[in-house]
Design a protein around this ligand. Structure first.
Ligand SMILES: [Zn+2]
Length: 270
């Protein structure tokens, strides 16, 4: 069994065969957490989680790239998470993806500073919301590890965080700081583009998660299987295979541990 802890099966890339892919994954014992990136896609992933009594879960939140389109309206998200009777939807297992993304920052210093400030505020609002609901967080971070670490280290006073740094791209010294705060690290196809071997070899396995970030980041081994070069949760095996080789461990060992980790962090029940 495998659990893809970061998928976007709701994206238009899957318009024509979304339900078939989800069914095929469930038949193959591959579970998935689909992650929202704004209010609309959050509502979509929640709807998709209703397709099966187990195995398809949702995370809701605003990705930092979408901060120009909307602000965080906690009441709107509460209505998504709770029924009118006040019951929490058990398929919504995290807040995410939230975080910092400085990849496309404005050119002038002043504009870049304001842009970062707005991202930090949006992130902090959602982080506080997640903590108030006792939901783990799925954190996106691109080109912003130092700012993210500073925010989290200032915020952590009440014990360790429940959450994952998804698509981890830092080096081993950065990894250790997230691990010290209680975070899990999520690995996907970016491991074929960036040298993450040291972290993969040295980190405790009980904090490792695997993910696809599909439709993005298709592993090279899957490119020949997929004409459209579109990633999906069935290619997660190539991530597990590569991590197993790096750790000199069996595929089944890495699959078993990462599956357990996902069930523990996101409290996934069958
Ligand atoms: Zn994503």
């Amino acid at each position: 069994m495998l659990i893809d802890t970061h998928a976007h099966i709701n994206f238009p890339d899957f318009e024509e065969d979304r339900t078939e892919i989800i069914r095929d994954c469930l038949n193959k014992d591959i579970w998935m957490i689909n992650v929202g990136t704004n209010y609309q896609s959050s509502a979509e992933v929640v709807a998709l989680s209703g397709l099966s009594p187990f195995g398809v879960y949702a995370a809701v939140g605003i990705h930092p790239e979408n901060l120009d389109q909307e602000y965080f309206n906690s009441e709107q998200y509460e209505r998504l998470i709770f029924s009118e009777q006040g019951e929490k939807n058990k398929k919504i297992v995290a807040l995410g993806e939230i975080g910092l993304d400085y990849w496309r920052k404005p050119k002038t210093k002043k504009q870049a500073a304001a842009f970062k400030e707005r991202q930090k505020n949006l992130f902090l609002e959602q982080l506080a919301f997640a903590l108030s609901l006792d939901l783990p967080v799925i954190i996106h971070c691109r080109k912003a590890h130092q700012d993210l670490l500073a925010i989290l280290e200032a915020f952590k006073s009440n014990g360790s965080f429940q959450g994952v740094i998804h698509c981890f791209t830092g080096d081993w010294s950065v990894a250790q700081r997230y691990l010290a705060m209680g975070f899990y690290l999520g690995f996907n196809g970016i491991i074929f583009k960036m040298g993450l071997g040291e972290t993969i070899r040295k980190m405790p396995l009980d904090r490792m998660l695997v993910e696809t970030d599909c439709p993005f980041l298709i592993p090279p081994q899957a490119e020949q299987d997929d004409k459209e070069k579109r990633n999906d949760p069935r290619y997660l095996k190539y991530i597990v295979e590569t991590i197993a080789a790096e750790r000199k461990a069996k595929f089944e060992t890495i699959a078993g541990i990462t599956t357990n980790n996902a069930k523990t962090l996101f409290k996934l029940a069958k």
